[in-house]
Design a protein around this ligand. Sequence first.
Ligand code: HDD
Length: 734
Amino acid sequence: MANIIPATVQAAQKAVMGSKGDKIADMARDTREPSDNDRLTSDFGVKQSNNDDWLRVANGDHTGPSLLEDQFAREKIHRFDHERIPERVVHARGAGAFGTFRVLESADDLTFAPVLTDKSRETPVFIRFSTVLGSRGSADTVRDVRGFAVKFYTQEGNWDIVGNDIPVFFIQDAMKFPDVIHAGKPEPHNEVPQAQSAHNNFWDFQYLHPEATHMFMWAMSDRGIPRSYRMMQGFGVNTFTLINAEGKRSFVKFHFTPELGVHSLVWDEALKLAGQDPDFHRKDLFEAIENGVYPKWKFGVQVVKEEDEHNFEFDILDATKVWPEDLIPVRYFAELELNRNPDEFFTQIEQAAFCTSHVVPGIGFSDDPLLQGRNFSYFDTQLTRLGVNWQELPVNRPVCPVMNFNRDGAMRHRIEKSTVNYWPNRLDAVKPATHAEGGYLEYAAKIEGIKVRARSTKFKEHFNQAQLFWNSMSQVEKNHMINAFAFELDHCSDPIVYKRMVERIADIDLGLAQTVAEMVGGDIPQKASHANHGKKAPGLSQFEYPPVKPTIASRRVAILIADGYDAVAFNAVRASVLASKAIPMIIAPKRSNITSEGGSHSIFPHHHLEGFRSTMVDAVFVPGGKQSIATLSKNGRAIHWLREAFGHLKTIAATGEGVDLLQIAFQLPGIQLSSGEEAVESYGVVTQRNIKPESFKEAVDIAQGAKGFLENFFYSSAQHRNWARELDGLNTMV
Ligand code: HDD
């Protein structure tokens, strides 16, 4: 029987795929790297001798008109004119990386998909993180939901989980997607605001659309302002199904939980970063991978047996509901690591395209009405953005063989060598695969019913889980949510919008509604429209996800110095920061050589105080040195730097005269500072006044000893933020 894949092509495919279906090797087929051995050519390959001057008429020293004849100049301009493709209609701004997925414990009781059962496999993956509302050029740190889209390049084909960092959604039915997005995106008359939900239309929709209540609570929580893509959970959101070898089907929700813990920015920091470093998240991901601190997530599923589908208060197919973890715990059994940055943003991130409908044998859909609509929408949007052959693009193409009779269309790359392009054909070429050969089989679900435009009764309850979420927040998170509502509704100019929203919040919690009403100018409600049931559930507060082990790896630690700094303390701390795989950032009043006390050392700082702000680091260290501290204490920006870092609840440490600078900056009676040999930790401020070792080695030894200065400094920094400072009202100096 003729095989339609010629032997040479098969061999080439095998060679690039390697035994693991290596995606990096696969993309390398289309990668080129310019070098000084290369010579300039046109796109049609002819060498060119000038890349700067358009061919034109010259008369002596005078130049005349440019000539249309210059094919090379025209090609350059034409190509440039067409560089842009439509941005994604949602999730336009994003960043991504490549990595690997490994199964630690087979889930073969649930599925026969090898990607979830075969422990010997390393499945290549690609993730794109994103914000939802902003345009491609908007800021990273805005309050928004974050996309968490994963492509698994399995040997059975591509599997996409197109998820978010929040486990629920604003709507239950895909038909409402254009409305929720139109309402959230900039308003139609003036295209304002960019990348923000703080406007009339967004909140008007939220009120008029009670099923969004649970999700807007999540969006107003700290989940809406993550510290890093690496510190977010990922959720498949929709209900999928897994089918095992016996043909038994279970309903599942997919979860990714980060090893670094779940952490957020504080709101003031997020606002400032949007201007000071709009690429904050994009750079953070790139920097961590570049430094070899590879972000990792554990992967798991919540499982509901088919026979239990209707045994819950909520409908398990309703994407506005979580499956509370006290009822349905997460079963973690695999891990995902990101370990490679893209080589080129456009071809590998911008052209990446996901489809919820892309599943592999052993994984299936459910009747979740949001998922059903999504399964239509994603393929369709790729046609507009990338064209019909989008699955041939390097980042999108599977690592396993692709063979069918889909043909032609704009920008077809693959060359199909055959006399037939239809099925059935006389060559018997490209036969449908049997189930035993790995052919996808739809689950034989029994369906009966009548055609209606309606949803089940359980879909109509909207407030129980919004209350559950609010009740499960820690005090700190509750405070942040109150502030978030206060900010957002203050940006709504139409009284009907903020007044009604206060009424809606009274469906969740009367106390919350009263506080928000006072802040934003709504009528203060006297009665809860739905009494709060008072129940809590595990897994909702992000404080339940600390780092697996306390670490400062990949955190940025600023070291503030000026001429005359204490070189021994400086070097000891910098070396220890580096040894912990964190990133020291040396900041001084100027970016030119800074000389130590006594002139024995000098160092070229990374940035000066005006160029690089405290918002861009996680912790600050101020070494002593009389002259250095005298200079910094007279520098308004240095004082502001420390006050701002303190206000943003970051760990701040100082040795020697550096302690005096903290005293000047904070002047707070509540905080204890070291006055002698002892390292003191107080509200995340770590100080040791007398640290006068003779040598660098001695300094490191002292620092790393029990209860040592460094131990305290690093432990405190690894906690991410000092919440006690906020709870005790000490953080008012931002
Ligand atoms: Fe969507 C993109 C996540 C509902 C229609 N969506 C998109 C991306 C993510 C999500 C992460 C960016 C993918 C990338 O990085 O390229 N979307 C979700 C989640 C949803 C959801 C978690 C709810 C469970 N989406 C949803 C619905 C529809 C869409 C109900 C339409 C009926 N989404 C799209 C889209 C996008 C998209 C218009 C824009 C760009 C793209 O697909 O590739 O088709």
